[in-house]
Design a protein around this ligand. Structure first.
Ligand SMILES: [Zn+2]
Ligand SMILES: [Zn+2]
Length: 325
């Protein structure tokens, strides 16, 4: 499969402030996204109430950062579906995609299409979410107002045809499968907590409270934290950090973003070699997502794993700061 051509790659990098994409209409709020983002943040705030505190909930949130964020979004949506850096058995690919769906970052085809457009137009006016407009735009604002460039049919036709050849991903677009999976995951967390509590001999009221705690921490807190981690790759990792490569845009390797995102913050490396399943290029650029892919490969559940281009990595070995163009 060929990735979209980087037609703008020869244009010099933009270091000044950018205007909004021409197709953005700031007066037209995308209410479905705005309400969802607001609702999840408010629901996550309930976690500060002692009533909803539970160690189980916290453990589920922390474990969920890896399961839903690292495996669902970083490994599946990003390195697998968007960049085709590895191959997995279909059953495992779809299982990982469901974890991505439960992270509430839109359907796989939509995520892939928007991200491929970002790579094609990085830090230029047509980039859907460049933080060179301003930090908040790159972080979250871009998805809250209408951008005609991101109209579903047009963007799918250009950027996600390969994803939509799979009937499973087509069903996500054409049937209520996506909200069913999302709301189903809420039910699993709440009812799982409720049932476990009842089995321990608590009253129905106490069990409902425990189920609510599991839901708030395991779904809402986890989703909001994973959102901000993903969004920080789009915002902070195009503003602050060092560069191993001259990539023609403003991508950065940001150690803090890399730490919280399990490796996605080595974003300048990623822009230099988008197909590679490994984003950490130097020995100390720890990449937990890639380590997870290696584990899958070792047990026979991943193949065709793309390694970094050796010409690039050879150029930065010996701690050279710049790679040849
Ligand atoms: Zn980027
Ligand atoms: Zn990417």
């Amino acid at each position: 499969m060929s990735l979209p051509p980087r037609s703008a790659a020869t244009v010099p990098p933009t270091t000044s402030r950018l205007s909004l994409p021409a197709a953005v209409d700031r007066r037209r709020i995308v209410w479905s996204y705005a309400i969802t983002v607001g609702f999840y943040h408010l629901a996550a705030l309930l976690a500060v109430l002692p009533l909803f505190f539970s160690w189980t909930g916290i453990a589920l949130a922390v474990g969920g950062f890896y399961v839903f964020g690292t495996l669902g979004i970083n490994l599946c949506y990003h390195r697998f579906l968007t960049h085709r850096g590895l191959v997995c058995p279909k059953w495992l690919e779809h299982a990982f995609a469901v974890l991505g769906v439960c992270s509430m970052q839109d359907t796989p085809a939509r995520w892939v299409a928007v991200h491929r457009r970002h790579h094609e137009h990085s830090d230029r006016q047509d980039d859907p979410h460049s933080p060179l407009v301003n930090f908040l735009w790159g972080h979250v604002g871009w998805m809250l107002v209408e951008n005609r460039d991101l109209a579903r049919l047009g963007i799918y036709d250009r950027y996600a045809k390969d994803v939509l050849r799979d009937p499973f991903y087509r069903r996500m677009e054409r049937t209520p499968l996506y909200p069913i999976l999302l709301l189903g995951s809420w039910a699993v967390f709440f009812l799982g907590g409720f049932a476990a509590s009842l089995l321990c001999g608590t009253s129905a009221a106490e069990a409902a409270l425990f189920g609510a705690s599991v839901l708030i921490w395991g779904v809402f807190v986890r989703t909001v934290v994973v959102w901000h981690i993903t969004w920080s790759v789009n915002s902070a990792a195009h503003l602050w950090g060092y560069r191993n490569y001259e990539t023609g845009e403003q991508s950065r390797n940001n150690w803090l973003v890399a730490l919280i995102s399990n490796g996605e913050g080595w974003h300048n490396n990623h822009h230099a070699d988008a197909r590679s399943a490994r984003h950490g290029h130097r020995r100390w650029e720890i990449d937990v997502v890639y380590a997870s892919i290696r584990m899958l490969e070792l047990v026979g559940l991943a193949s065709n794993v793309c390694r970094p281009n050796q010409r690039l990595t050879a150029a930065i070995s010996g701690e050279k700061r710049k790679a040849p163009r």
